[in-house]
Ligand binder design. Structure first.
Ligand code: AP5
Length: 215
């Protein structure tokens, strides 16, 4: 797995971030999450953050040119052995990624599709909590903190993500079906799609993914 360059593709709450972290820890692949980069810009109050917040809190996608520029900058500083978590999300972004990779002389080994039913997504996201200080991610059902709603790592009270409210989650799923699901065919046609049933505990899903990639 070391040195692989991967896309993690799937609906909100399908476990892309959780698995990207496991892959980072286990195989040293660099996790590049556009959601994390945008939330970081929001926290720092930059112009990019102000713009991103307007879209994210409504469950809409941030404009392609903004996200593509962000990814191009990060990929320019990254050697092979990375995971793009939550990028690309539109055909336009996928075509831009092809251009960027060609320009940088980089490769892409696979696009891993996380298959999770909608009711499971809603269950996971309504129970997700994040630490506003160290950004650790919890789940009140499947990965609860030791002390009620307090971060195990830094002791900060946990929060719900603004875009995890039920009406915003519904919109995020609609946007996924309308814009992002088109990428399944895009990567299948390139022979890069690896579909994984992403249900079970995170360690089991990790095994499903590594086994599918080995095949
Ligand atoms: P982003 O942060 O990328 O959100 P997302 O893709 O909707 O994904 P999530 O972070 O909600 O879920 P995940 O699949 O990573 O699951 P996780 O591992 O956290 O993007 C947010 C917003 O930013 C977008 O809506 C958009 O506005 C903007 N944006 C980002 N990228 C963009 C782009 N390319 N273009 C335009 N706009 C962009 O897990 C979820 C929960 O489930 C956690 O509580 C976790 O503990 C739990 N869990 C994980 N795995 C399991 C398991 N196997 N079993 C049980 N529980 C589990």
């Amino acid at each position: 797995m070391e040195g692989l360059s991967l896309i993690f593709l799937g609906p909100p709450g399908s476990g892309k971030g959780t698995q990207a972290e496991l892959f980072e820890r286990q195989f040293g692949l660099k996790k590049i999450s556009t959601g994390d980069l945008l939330r970081d810009a929001i926290r720092r109050g930059t112009e990019l953050g102000k713009l991103a917040k307007e879209y994210i809190n409504k469950g809409e996608l941030v404009p392609d040119d903004v996200v593509v520029a962000l990814v191009e900058e990060v990929l320019g500083k990254t050697s092979d052995g990375y995971i793009l978590d939550g990028f690309p999300r539109t055909i336009e972004q996928a075509k831009s990624l092809d251009r960027i990779l060609e320009k940088l002389g980089k490769k892409l080994d696979a696009a891993v599709l996380f298959a999770v039913p909608d009711d499971e997504i809603i269950r996971r996201l309504s129970a997700r909590r994040i630490c506003p200080k160290c950004h650790a991610v919890y789940n009140l059902v499947t990965k609860p903190p030791k002390e009620d709603e307090i971060c195990d790592v830094c002791g900060t009270p946990l929060e719900m993500r603004d875009d995890d409210k039920p009406e915003t989650v519904r919109r995020r799923i609609e946007v996924y079906r309308k814009d992002t699901e088109l990428l399944v065919d895009f990567y299948r046609k390139k022979g890069l799609l690896v579909e994984v049933k992403a249900v079970g505990n995170p360690e089991e899903v990790f095994e499903f993914i590594t086994n599918a990639l080995k095949r």
